[in-house]
Ligand binder design. Sequence first.
Ligand code: KG4
Ligand code: ZN
Length: 342
Amino acid sequence: MIVLGVESSCDETGLALYDTQRGLLAHALHSQIAMHREYGGVVPELASRDHVRRTLPLLNEVMQKATIQKQDIDAIAYTQGPGLAGALLVGASFACGLGMALNKPVLGVHHLEGHLLSPLLASQPPEFPFIALLVSGGHTQLMRVDGIGAYQLLGETLDDAAGEAFDKSAKLLGLPYPGGPEISRLAEFGNPGDFTFPRPMLHSKDLNFSFSGLKTAVLTVIKNQTANICEQNKADIARGFVDALVDVLVAKCLTAMKESGLKRLVIAGGVGANRQLRAALNAVAAKRRFQVYYPELEFCTDNGAMIAFAGAMRLKKNPAAATRDYGFNVRPRWPLHELSAA
Ligand code: KG4
Ligand code: ZN
């Protein structure tokens, strides 16, 4: 079965073809980062309009790369939510229009399920069950994953997501959007311990997170600098911020691993690309004797491959999950727990 995946929930247009027998056939991505950078963040209307421009050329690109015909596609999976309403509408209408033209069934996929399953695209995928840390721009959640659709939420952020904390703190340091990779790069040059930031909810005895205070702490430190902040200062602040955030993420993962007794930890979402987080997790995993799995770097941030894959897994489980009813709606707010296990 060949599934075309269409991702357009935020500022990346991603298309991909996944074959349940042969694996990922092709994927193509257009990132709008350069366009939004000028505004310091994603401008939703510009995002929607750009998705309109990019989708068809990207479809042609994946068809060429995979050397298959459109009629060879068995089903079309698109991100139905959560995300920006206008951006989601572009992908959904494209997928449903194409489905109608080709008389192929369509299927709405949950963006976070895409992220959650993206490590399974790797050459050495984890087996179920596992604990998953989902760290993206909009979400920070710890989950127990027993199979496709069998997701149990163990804890989540009470305010800002980890990626949001990265982006907002980076902005305070005058770094361009998106701030996660920028602040991470800068932190490499910072001295550890020069700035110590709070570790929010580190001892809360649950698996919830809170990152908005961390961003405020960064703001306070910047405001308290009497002289202009030099580059070294910035790097030291970035280092203090990253160390604090990584400490909390790692500690909560450890608690989840201990409480569940499981031996596999999966990291998914944009912040999963973070090198300091990966280094810290790898170190504790070696010590505590559990395995950590990450998506390929290119599949940490938004992409079409994870949507094609999640769609294919859903269809494998339940072929009736796709429909030839081409009327569609998008779900900009769609809690993952509302997903059925079917
Ligand atoms: O998963 P994603 O592409 O989009 C959402 O679904 O939100 O995640 C984007 C987030 C942004 O906040 C970005 O700054 C962060 O992931 N990010 C990183 C890194 N690469 C992306 N954060 C820290 N370090 C990175 N290397
Ligand atoms: Zn995402």
